[in-house]
Design a protein around this ligand. Structure first.
Ligand code: PMP
Ligand code: GLU
Length: 400
């Protein structure tokens, strides 16, 4: 059947594909150590699950308004104000649209803002879905990376080099999936200023904001800047990563109310509201903010310990491989192109070889726009991490 140009070039999500393959191989009896998963390995806190069950029993089983339960939108706005936003922001419910995951929030934003002839700059390495989502809006992605030694973080100089009069948007992710790099307030301010001066919409994906290993509890976010430092913007966030709620599918966008209205209208014709029981769960998480903070703290403590473990073991056992030192999220971006040889000449072949030889599943850097690297997720137990890196080290002989 002939396909519409809407989807002609669309590829399935590589991150989801690798995790699915790892699960399939394991179900076939293979000894798989899965470092591909892009989700916390912790269960959703029980009291958040209980809130959803209570909600269902109390009748939260019907449609809500398309942009979300009024109480949840208000809680998101309050959370943004309390979560390090500059005091001059007046974020209210009408700035918030609750969606079926941060992924849908990104889709709504790109589809509403960009179209044919528009260029969207994507900070590279990027999360695998950004270019596909930009492509679904029939806009073009323009990829640009900052200096590798600076964790690929961008500065206005790199943006100047790729901007054209067709540049409409810029997608940034901090803490970054896949590199774990985090922009400082100053770094973010410089990017925001650059975008504001050119009327470029800055889409700031802050889904990993709470998973931060720096001094501040949350990584710097766009709303921590003063409103007059920020031009047109969309902040993307949600409970998937911070509250270990990936399966509940609750994310949101925060933007100016006029655009939020359009995002809600788009959603009203596609998926309507995010699942109502899931909204009940997210509402509990945001309402009991102190309790949630405690949950996040204990998860971040584990992620930090694992980050330290992975960094130490890679340095010790794989000293010839360099990596970006993660400051947030739960990924290590490992540079492996020094090992490319006959038959193993790119990140996809490298990951397939390693999966075959060692059972360790990782995602090729090609999925994130940098074929020299692979992504390892440390959202798994210390034992699995240690064993996986040991197997990688023992497998070096065939490659080196
Ligand atoms: N942005 C980034 C950077 C991500 O890693 C993910 C992971 N799935 C998402 C957005 C989407 O989040 P969600 O599961 O809430 O759709
Ligand atoms: N974002 C996660 C990842 O990068 C989950 C999978 C996905 O949604 O792509 O692995």
């Amino acid at each position: 059947m002939e396909l519409s140009p809407n989807v002609a070039a669309l590829q399935p999500s590589a991150t989801i594909a690798v995790s699915t393959l790892a699960r399939t191989l394991r179900s076939e009896g293979r000894d798989i150590l899965d470092l591909s998963a892009g989700e916390p390995d912790f269960p959703t806190p029980a009291w958040i699950c209980d809130a959803a069950v209570r909600g269902i029993r109390e009748g939260m089983t019907r449609y809500t308004p398309a942009p979300g339960l009024p109480a949840l939108r208000a809680a998101v706005a309050a959370g943004a104000r309390a979560g390090g936003a500059h005091p001059e922001w007046a974020i209210e419910s009408d700035a918030v649209v609750v969606s079926s995951g941060a992924k849908q929030a990104l889709f709504n934003a790109c589809f509403s803002l960009f179209g044919p002839d528009d260029e969207v700059i994507i900070a590279t390495p990027y999360w695998t879905s950004y270019p596909e989502i930009v492509g679904l809006a029939r806009a073009s992605s323009v990829f640009v990376a900052g200096p590798e030694e600076n964790g690929f973080r961008l500065t206005p100089a790199e943006l100047d080099a790729v901007a054209t009069d067709r540049t409409r948007g810029l997608i940034l992710c901090s803490p970054s999936n896949p590199s774990g790099a985090v922009y400082s307030h100053e770094g973010l301010r410089a990017i925001a200023k650059w975008a504001r001066e050119r009327n470029v919409v800055l889409i700031s994906d802050e889904i990993y904001r709470w998973i931060h290993f720096g001094d501040e509890e949350q990584a710097p976010g766009l709303l921590s800047l003063a409103p007059d430092e920020v031009g047109p913007f969309v902040v993307i966030d949600g409970v998937s990563k911070s509250c270990a709620m990936t399966g509940w599918r609750i994310g949101w966008s925060i933007t100016e109310p006029a655009l939020a209205k359009k995002l809600g209208a788009l959603q009203s014709h596609t998926t309507s509201n995010a699942a109502t029981p899931s909204q009940a769960a997210a509402l509990a998480a945001l309402t009991d903010a102190e309790r949630t903070r405690g949950e996040i703290r204990s998860m971040v403590t584990a992620f930090r310990r694992r980050r330290d473990l992975v960094v130490a073991r890679v340095r010790e056992w794989l000293p010839h491989l360099s990596f970006i030192e993660p400051q947030g999220a739960f990924y290590l971006f490992l540079r492996v192109d020094g090992e490319y040889r006959d038959g193993v000449t790119d990140s996809t072949a490298w990951c397939s070889h390693v999966l075959e030889e060692t059972g360790v599943a990782m995602v090729p850097g090609a999925a994130f726009g940098d074929d020299r690297y692979v992504r390892l997720s440390y959202a798994t137990s210390d034992d699995i991490l240690e064993e996986a890196i040991r197997r990688l080290a023992e497998d070096r002989a065939p490659l080196t």
